[in-house]
Design a protein around this ligand. Structure first.
Ligand code: NOJ
Length: 762
């Protein structure tokens, strides 16, 4: 036998024996994965290990992976040489199979690839944008939504999503707030957990679950002035108490991967940040999965002025703990030299490659690299009715009723003459939101279409002026129409003499999302002017808002009787909106971000700190924490949302006035449905720690429950308070509960109605 063939045969036999060993119990299977990883690493060359740390974006032609076109030529070569560990943006069984075949059949060791994709709110069947879903406060529904996204994406061959984004943000100017769970750390942590559990399921090796990725580690939601990719400057108190808990919750829920952030933190880009990745994530939290850079963020460390060249950037990133390079081409070019020159210890490469291989084993890719590649399943699952029904369900739960004077809503199901106005009302793409890489344009149910399901009312539609100069897309800057008013007077005329006018106003689907920061949060283009003109001829307006972030809608709030926050609700958008407008679903969503009165109030959030001067000392006294032109209050607070029915909160009771380390106490109260409809209320509990070793927020959400009540029905609801409820990252730089006095607040929003005092004694 020729020497080369013999060596190859030996390696293959060894490799097959490594991967074929099956185990039964969970613990032993964990150990056995570690063993398999070690054995595999032991037969890999340095270059092959570094190859695992390299991720490329797709380069697929109609005929398959494109071997010869430009940049793709190199990528293709690397793929064949076993120098690629993962691909992103490949989105069908056909494409995944073609790439996997190269990895499995052409490379020396046949190690399968990971296929990552931004499955952020659904795959082809889109669900509401994550900010909207968070407004449902329904953890089960959110988990289900992620589970469905995993089912659909895995049917297209994908085995890893770059979600959930768990960045807390208090700044609606930042376009990416659409992708998060809002401003609150406690709710954000529970949602992070729900999403991770939904994507990854109970068995990651099943063919309908996928690995999740907690991103962006860390601080990305706090870019200065909300400018995308901007620098972040924050205290450790803020980092640990506000930003990190949702990441920790994702880690505790077993998330397999983390993604670094584009921003710097404390002067060091997150991708090269030892404190974030090595110290906190991998040491303190003992995270055993792997960390991927964000797109090109290793390379960008040069531009930040932190690394002097690509080689330096590679060194800094790998030392910091970044295991996989997304599209910088940095690791594959520089790491081997860095190891040979003694600038990077090979043990770091072994650790990084080992972490990546481990996830591949856990997904079951070594048992069957094509396990997600089943055309029949792809055909059966993608876009099926079950996914549509589930998307509709959570879309309804995500809608927030902001105002409903004189019970204009719900609408009567017959005999009404309705005008529907607004460019967005027949838009079948905007409701799909920003992350819709696998969905086709024009596949959402528009508001017009949704309303047509109620045929006993007459609808007249007038779009009004176009919102944009051309059709916005994912990669180019949006051009808002500020010149062409055609359609304006036709829309105003359509509103005359109608029983009700439904105006659908807001943002285009691509007006929020990555790199869509805004300095102005008004309704873009001529929408505000149109709203005011229509109001002059007909005051019976239902304003349906379609947007990816809080907007400043003061005038509307002062004048328009009914306002419905309908976000971008995904594929079933129009149906969900119509069912809520007609009362077939009684709205139950609550805001997870405060809506400002104007942009100048931003960042505005409910859990601010008291300051030394929270109130004026007397009438017109000026030296206190406030603005001279508007009040400190938001337009709509965190946790706020109405229902077609009404709820009252009464009779708050504490089981005792204090508790100690081993103990707890119960706060209970009575919730009553005092209106005429069955409804669902999100009851909320907030806590204030009166004195701390660092200053504490004036209140923090620490519990909530979804309660369904029929008209006239009441229920006693209770929450338990123990040390876990009150602990925080203290001046001792650790999580602990400090003895002292506390307040507990209960209500249907962060502006609460009930209050009681208790203390924690050591
Ligand atoms: C950049 C984004 O910041 C990140 O969230 C996303 O996953 C990657 N691009 C890949 O698309």
């Amino acid at each position: 036998m020729n020497k080369h063939i013999f060596t190859f045969a030996c390696i293959t036999t060894l490799f097959l024996s490594i991967i074929s060993c099956q185990t039964t119990t969970k613990d032993s299977s964990k150990k056995s994965v570690d063993k398999k990883v070690d054995s595999l690493l032991s037969i890999m060359t340095l270059e092959e290990k570094i190859g695992q740390m390299n991720q490329y974006s797709g380069f697929y032609d109609v005929t398959g992976p494109a071997p010869s076109a430009g940049d793709a030529a190199n990528k293709y070569k690397h793929l064949e040489q076993g120098l690629v560990g993962s691909m992103l943006n490949i989105k069908s069984v056909k494409e995944v199979r073609a790439f996997q075949k190269i990895a499995v059949e052409k490379t020396r060791l046949g190690i399968p690839l990971l296929f990552g994709f931004d499955v952020v709110h659904g795959f082809k069947t889109l669900t509401p944008i994550p900010l909207a879903e968070s407004a449902s406060w329904d953890l089960e529904a959110i988990k289900k939504s992620a589970e469905n996204a995993a089912i659909e994406a895995s049917a297209a061959g994908i085995n890893w999503t770059f979600a959930p984004m768990v960045d807390i943000s208090r700044d609606a100017r930042w376009g990416r707030v659409m992708e998060g769970a809002g401003e609150d750390t406690y709710l954000g942590s529970l949602i992070a957990k729900a999403r991770v559990e939904g994507f990854q399921g109970e068995d990651l090796s099943a063919n309908n679950t996928i690995a999740a990725c907690a991103k962006h580690f860390a601080g990305y939601g706090f870019g200065i002035a909300a400018k995308e990719y901007n620098t972040v400057d924050m205290s450790l108190t803020m980092l640990h108490n506000v930003v990190l808990p949702p990441f920790k919750a994702a880690k505790d829920a077993g998330v397999k991967t983390f993604m670094t952030a584009f921003n710097d933190f404390n002067g060091i880009p997150a991708t090269g940040n030892v404190y974030l990745q090595r110290d906190i994530l991998k040491k303190d939290w003992d995270f055993k999965g792997f960390v991927i850079s964000d797109w090109g963020s290793i390379e960008e460390m040069r531009t930040h002025g932190y690394a002097k060249d690509m080689k330096d950037a590679s060194r800094l990133a790998v030392l910091a703990g970044c295991d996989m390079d997304m599209e910088s081409y940095a690791y594959v070019k520089n790491l081997a030299d860095l190891v040979k020159e003694g600038l990077v210890d090979e043990s770091l490469i072994n650790d990084a490659a080992g972490r990546i291989l481990k996830v591949k084993f856990e997904l079951g890719l070594f048992d069957n690299p094509y396990k997600y590649c089943n055309e029949a399943r792809e055909k059966e699952i993608i876009g099926n009715n079950k996914l549509h029904d589930a998307s509709l369900d959570i879309a309804k739960k995500s809608i927030v009723l902001l105002k409903n004077n004189n019970q204009l809503l719900p609408l009567k199901k017959g005999g009404l003459n309705i005008a529907v106005i607004g460019d967005l009302a027949d838009d079948k793409s905007s409701p799909l939101g920003s992350w819709r890489l696998a969905a086709d344009d024009n596949t959402a149910v528009s508001v017009i279409e949704g309303l047509q399901a109620y045929p006993d009312n007459k609808i007249t539609y007038a779009s009004g002026p176009k919102l944009f100069e051309d059709s916005p897309n994912f990669v180019n800057e949006i051009k808002i129409n500020t010149t062409d008013k055609s359609g304006f007077s036709e829309a105003v005329n359509a509103a005359k003499n109608k029983d009700v006018v439904i105006m659908v106003l807001g943002e285009h689907g691509f007006q929020s999302g990555e790199a869509r920061s805004r300095t102005n949060l008004d309704l873009p283009s001529f929408q505000e002017e149109l709203l005011e003109a229509v109001y002059k001829v007909n005051k019976n307006i239902v304003l349906v808002m379609m947007n990816g972030r809080p907007l400043a809608i003061n005038w509307a709030n002062d004048h328009i009787p009914s306002i419905v926050e309908a976000w971008q609700l995904g594929t079933e958008s129009g149906n969900a909106i119509a069912q809520v407008l007609y009362g077939d679903y009684n709205p139950s969503g609550k805001l997870t971000m405060s809506f400002p009165q104007n942009v100048g109030q931003i960042p505005i959030y409910y859990n601010y700190k008291n300051t030394g001067r929270p109130q004026a000392k007397g009438p017109d006294q000026v030296f206190w924490a406030h603005y001279s032109d508007v009040s400190n209050a938001p337009l709509y607070p965190f946790g706020y949302g109405l229902s077609y029915t009404t709820f009252t909160y009464e009779n708050i009771k504490l089981s005792s006035e204090s508790f100690n380390k081993e103990g707890s106490l119960k706060v209970s109260f009575t919730l009553k449905n005092t209106g005429n409809y069955a409804g669902r209320e999100v009851v909320q509990m907030y806590i204030r720690d009166m004195v701390g070793s660092t200053t504490r927020p004036i209140k923090e959400l620490k519990g909530f429950e979804l309660v369904n009540l029929k008209p006239g029905e009441s229920k006693e609801v209770s929450f338990t308070i123990d040390t876990k409820t009150i602990q925080f990252y203290t001046a001792n730089n650790k999580w602990e509960a400090e003895p002292g006095d506390f307040k507990v607040f209960i209500g249907g929003s962060s502006v609460t109605s009930l209050e009681a005092d208790f203390s924690y004694v050591d």
